[in-house]
Design a protein around this ligand. Structure first.
Ligand code: IMP
Ligand code: MG
Length: 421
């Protein structure tokens, strides 16, 4: 069975942990979009692993991980990540493949990302400043460099020289520091030597694997409402974070996908700017005081709010989510009453679907229904029946409001804190 796993909210739904868990039953794990803006945290046997570009499946021996054509790669960051994982005793060798068609992120992309944010002033997106938007911009403009360029030094240096010249003119006009060709050329060619053994045509690899009956898990990064087409534009990332992105970003066709699993928190969070109808100070303060909800990539405190079923219902529709994994249930353990947004009010109108126009979405107020809390620690629950009755009711209710089947509930970061229904 081939599974696409997507985030059903604004990212940070706990996808890394669920991927790590599901990898037990898969042969191959594929990242198909985004870059090192992603931060997937997995805690196993007391060790914390934070992955940005390498699929979370890497922590399971015997599995193959693929960084697909749809990903944008910062090669220096990737080398750092591989070396960091090796220090934590994670074996990386033939189990990692990198697409030769994946686009490359350069220092000028990061500089432009930063400059564009400054220029936007109070309308800034709150990006991770990893250069993701400008790198995808070059890809769409057909002026990007790909991994197949990086591993051919002559081709690479000539193309890079032209790109640095073009971008330095822009950076200079913006009053930013120019980028040194020599420095980038040296560090990137150094990274190329380390990455070359992993670079291949991953589309062919995946099709051969399909023919051999291997099962593939597609690891989504970010979340549905950060999707460039379907998210809260312009407060989005620059890739297709929704299920379709798994096909274009890997070269595996839609009819080979068997299941879409949506991951969502038992509440809602978002990092960066942009509309967030159910944002709430009470739940934010409580979660931050518990030491929860600080970003894995930038360390920023995430904005927190109540569960938004208008959003997750829409996510179910766009992605074709058939099964749900609800994470961070334990984050709600202390609350006496828990709110869930079932609809939005826009002026006098009650609406079921988030408005496309971000200016209207900002004006929406949530209509809540309340659930009694369970006020019991859930972190040690192993089976669904171990959970307090109110927690079980809450989980069933949010799954029903979302419109998909509840399959997994997670009560902590550990592998063993995963309940399968
Ligand atoms: P960018 O992807 O760095 O361009 O950032 C665009 C928006 O997406 C910002 O609001 C970021 O905070 C958000 N974002 C990007 N990657 C992630 C992620 O992995 N988790 C959560 N938010 C993200
Ligand atoms: Mg994250």
């Amino acid at each position: 069975m081939n599974t696409i796993l997507v985030g059903a909210q604004w990212g940070d739904e706990g996808k890394g942990k669920i991927i790590d868990f599901l990898t037990e039953d898969a042969h191959i794990v594929v990242r198909s979009q985004g870059g090192n803006n992603a931060g997937h945290t997995v805690i196993h046997a007391g060790t914390k692993y934070v992955l940005h570009l390498i699929p979370s499946g890497i922590l399971r021996p015997g599995k193959t991980c693929v960084i697909g054509n749809g990903v944008v790669i910062d090669p220096v960051a990737l080398v750092g990540e591989i070396e960091g994982m090796k220090k934590l005793k994670v074996k990386i060798g033939k189990n990692l493949l990198i697409s030769d068609a994946a686009h490359i992120v350069f220092p000028y992309h990061r500089a432009l990302d930063e400059q564009r944010e400054i220029a936007k002033g109070k309308n800034k997106i709150g990006t991770t400043k990893r250069g993701i938007g400008p790198a995808y911009g070059d890809k769409a403009a057909r002026t990007g460099l790909r991994m197949c360029d990086l591993i051919q030094p002559d081709v690479f240096s000539a193309k890079l020289q032209a790109k640095i010249k073009e971008n330095n003119a822009i950076l200079k006009a913006l009053g930013a520091k120019p980028i040194s060709f020599k420095e980038v050329n040296d560090t990137y060619l150094g990274a190329a030597e380390k990455l070359r053994p992993f670079v291949t045509n991953t589309v062919v690899f995946l099709h051969n694997a399909l023919k051999a009956g291997r099962e593939i898990l597609f690891e989504g990064a970010q979340g549905t409402f950060l999707d460039i087409d379907h998210g809260t534009y312009p407060f989005v990332t620059s890739s297709n974070t929704t299920a379709g992105g798994a096909c274009t970003g890997s070269g595996v066709p839609p009819h080979r996908m068997d299941r879409v699993l949506g991951v969502m928190k038992a509440y809602t969070t978002r990092v960066g700017e942009g509309p967030f109808p159910t944002e709430d100070a009470e739940i934010s303060d409580m979660l931050h005081a518990m030491g929860r909800e600080f970003g894995a990539t930038t360390g920023r405190a995430r904005r927190c709010g109540w569960f938004d079923a208008v959003a997750t219902r829409y996510a179910t529709m766009i992605n074709g989510i058939d099964e749900l994994a609800v994470t961070n249930l334990d984050g709600l353990d202390k609350l006496a009453r828990i709110r869930v947004c079932t609809h939005y009010k826009l002026g006098r109108k009650t609406i079921e679907v988030p408005p496309t126009d971000t200016r209207l979405l900002v004006q929406c107020t949530p209509v809540y229904t309340e659930f009694p809390g369970w006020q019991t620690a859930t972190e040690n629950a192993k089976k669904f029946t171990d959970l307090p009755a109110n927690a079980r009711k809450y989980l069933h209710a949010i799954a029903e409001l979302t419109g998909a089947k509840l399959r997994i509930a997670s009560v902590g970061p550990g592998r063993e804190q995963t309940i399968v229904l």
